[in-house]
Write a protein that binds this ligand. Sequence first.
Ligand code: GLP
Length: 242
Amino acid sequence: MKIVILPDARAVSCAVADIIVQEVRRNPQAVLGLATGRTMEAIYAELCARHKGGIAELSNISSFNLDEYVGLSEEDPRSYHYYMRENLFSTIGIEANKGRLPKGAAHDPEQAAAEYDVALAASGGVDMQLLGIGENGHIGFNEPLSGLSTRTRVVALAKATLEQNAKMFGGDYNNVPKQAITMGIGTILEARSILLVATGSAKARAVAQSVEGALSASMPGSALQLHAKCIVVLDQGAASEL
Ligand code: GLP
């Protein structure tokens, strides 16, 4: 793992955007693995600004997102489909058939999850996977005790995750969908490179245990120690327990 510690969240967004833009310059049709959450909003804003300013041409990439809530339609403002259109796809001009997410509203979510893994493999696999981390160490929606070789599947969300994500659901964790489709840890580890991003001291414990702790299913982020090409970009807060 290569660890990069920067002064603040703004520097993190710029550095991560730099790495992604370099990857896309090398390979304009790169397949990116994308993530959602508050940490990623600033990164996508930075990428959109560079695309609009003509500094980076991002319209030829394709992507696979990590996860989606089960039961939310693609038009639901709380869905990750909506989030991706709002924060990235509509600005850089990525059509739905190139910016893919698991189909959380599918009649049979298990089947949709299995098909997602097949589509991912058929695309040639992810060149660069962008990852955030939950306060409990989850990556994608792989909660603590997820198997290290898991594939894309339907999972139950931990109470800590429901609470962490309640803001988008009127502040009440009871309103957050209880299940999601997520790429598995095994699926994530197949990406050719991984970029883990964390900002703020609330992530410090999960970051320290993932980077310096024992490899353990109790801390899903620790699985990244198994990857030969993983860069971890942190601000001072997220790095404060290293
Ligand atoms: C969410 C997403 C993850 C994301 C993480 C951190 O639940 N499923 O993919 O990385 O939690 O989110 P945030 O950046 O908002 O802290």
